[in-house]
Write a protein that binds this ligand. Structure first.
Ligand code: BG6
Length: 454
């Protein structure tokens, strides 16, 4: 059933302005936003509808410049605003009053406010039968994720809970399933017998960009690896699901997460690395030392770069390392999944001639499929040269947030994270978090604009 009202809790924050409003505008422009869906923002700022609309309009100018002015204005005209505490049942009751269908409460809030807001929704009668969207990271650690799940369980049924991971709305991420399960070419090779290693890389040139309030309490491991990169690992490593509905797809991902070997405390230093950027330049732009950014407490030791090597201990993947790497303020953007295949045996050319392994790269943003091969090149026909087969993928029709928001409005949770998935993901990163918390591994440094720590 389509939602009747979308209530954005945290409507004046960065996430709403940067992702949600542009996604809503995109849906409106594409004719996918139900015309009778009310959209109400809630936040503490003592604004009226008009002030919120001017704020939203400025955010859309900045983050949805690709949409036409008339679509941006049409969305802004539909927005309403209620000032108040997002956890106050009286405020939430006012916001829900008169809704013509289920209310979707989108928690665009810092993780510390998730629990009070969920409790407030329940107290306002907006539990079961309505929907709630919880942004990532889902909690701060395994214990808080369990508490949140227990709270959600008490008031909502699982299919009404949307734990958001916008990576699942990316076309190329979804394409991992098509590539793997719809092509005989790759399916027989997709295992430890043929794959040497898998690298999942999300290197970003963006630095802190004013997000200290969130990021300095979160860090790269919680911000990216616990959720986005583990989801990519799931799609690469999972068995063929019985279907693409919410049950089979999420069951298959949970099976992978359960099979990921948990690191022992003494293994963390060898398998996980953390680092933080110092002053430098990215593409000609001066980036200050992370520790000197306003709002950062250097004593927290927050990492802006994390690398973890994990192993999926099942028959398919035994012994294959999965490297998960992400960092901010790096010299170049690189977002990709690389599958490196083992060398061929008994090469008739002499092993020394081989130009390198076969690598299948799924690059994102721009979306591309790249296959590195060794072929007989020009000149000596018995000499191998590297060759590259590259396929540009069509640009994504709907952005990731727009796609997932549409699922929420339609009530389809297949591409959101199930409660047990979130807990398994936390239990994978938990040994790393606690070892780092105990100072078990040094926090290294890298200059902004570099390739990261050596
Ligand atoms: C967000 C993280 O979830 O994902 C950001 O909080 C990160 O730190 C972003 O930059 C990366 O996603 P995308 O789609 O912008 O590449």
């Amino acid at each position: 059933m389509n939602a009747g009202r979308l209530v954005i809790l945290g409507a004046t924050g960065d996430l709403t302005g940067r992702y949600l409003l542009p996604a809503l505008c995109e849906l409106l422009a594409g004719g996918c936003l139900p015309p009778d869906l009310d959209i109400i923002g809630v936040a503490r700022d003592r604004w009226d509808d008009q002030e919120f609309r001017s704020h939203a309009s400025a955010r859309l100018d900045r983050h949805a410049g690709g949409e036409s002015r008339s679509h941006r204005d049409a969305l802004v005209r539909r927005l309403r605003y209620v000032a108040g505490d997002v956890a106050d049942p009286a405020v939430l009751r006012t916001v829900a009053h008169g809704a013509a269908g289920p209310v979707v409460a989108y928690l665009a809030l810092p993780p510390a406010v998730f629990a009070p807001a969920i409790a407030g929704l329940a107290a306002a009668g907006l539990g079961s039968g309505n929907r709630v969207v919880v942004e990532k990271p889902f909690g701060q650690d395994l214990a808080s994720a369990r508490d949140l799940n227990a709270l959600l369980d008490r008031h909502f049924s699982e299919s009404d809970v949307f734990r958001m991971d916008h990576f699942l709305g990316k076309q190329t991420v979804q394409n991992i399933l098509g590539l793997r399960f719809a092509n005989r070419l790759f399916a027989p090779l997709w295992n430890a017998e043929h794959v040497e290693r898998v690298d999942i890389v999300w290197d970003e040139t963006v630095a802190l960009e004013g997000r200290a309030g969130y990021y300095d309490h979160t860090g790269a491991l919680r911000d990216m690896i616990q959720n986005h990169l583990l989801q990519l690992l799931c799609l690469v490593a999972m068995e063929r699901p019985g279907g693409l509905g919410e049950g089979p797809l999420r069951d298959a991902k949970v099976d992978v997460l359960r099979s990921v070997r948990r690191l022992q405390p003494q293994e963390v230093e060898r398998h996980a690395l953390r680092a933080r950027y110092t002053a430098g330049a990215v593409g000609g732009r001066q980036i200050p030392d992370y520790a000197a950014e306003p709002g950062v407490d250097p004593a927290r030791g927050t990492e802006t770069f994390a690398h973890a090597t994990l192993f999926v201990d099942n028959e398919r993947w035994a012994g294959v390392p999965f490297g998960l790497r992400t960092g901010k303020a790096l010299g170049r953007d690189c977002r990709e999944v690389r599958i490196e295949f083992r060398p061929v045996e008994r090469l008739p050319f002499g092993q020394a001639d081989h130009p390198g392994p076969n690598v299948l790269t799924l690059a994102m943003d721009p979306d591309r499929l790249v296959v590195d091969l060794a072929l007989n090149g020009a000149g000596d026909p018995f000499c191998l040269d590297p060759a590259r087969w590259q396929l540009e993928l069509a640009p994504q029709e709907l952005s990731a947030y727009a796609r997932l928001l549409l699922d929420v409005i339609d009530g389809d949770p297949a591409l959101s994270i199930r409660g047990d998935e979130a807990e398994e993901s936390w239990s994978i990163v938990e040994p790393i978090l606690s070892a780092w918390g105990d100072g078990a591994a040094p926090l290294r440094h890298y200059p902004a604009g570099s390739e990261g720590p050596s």
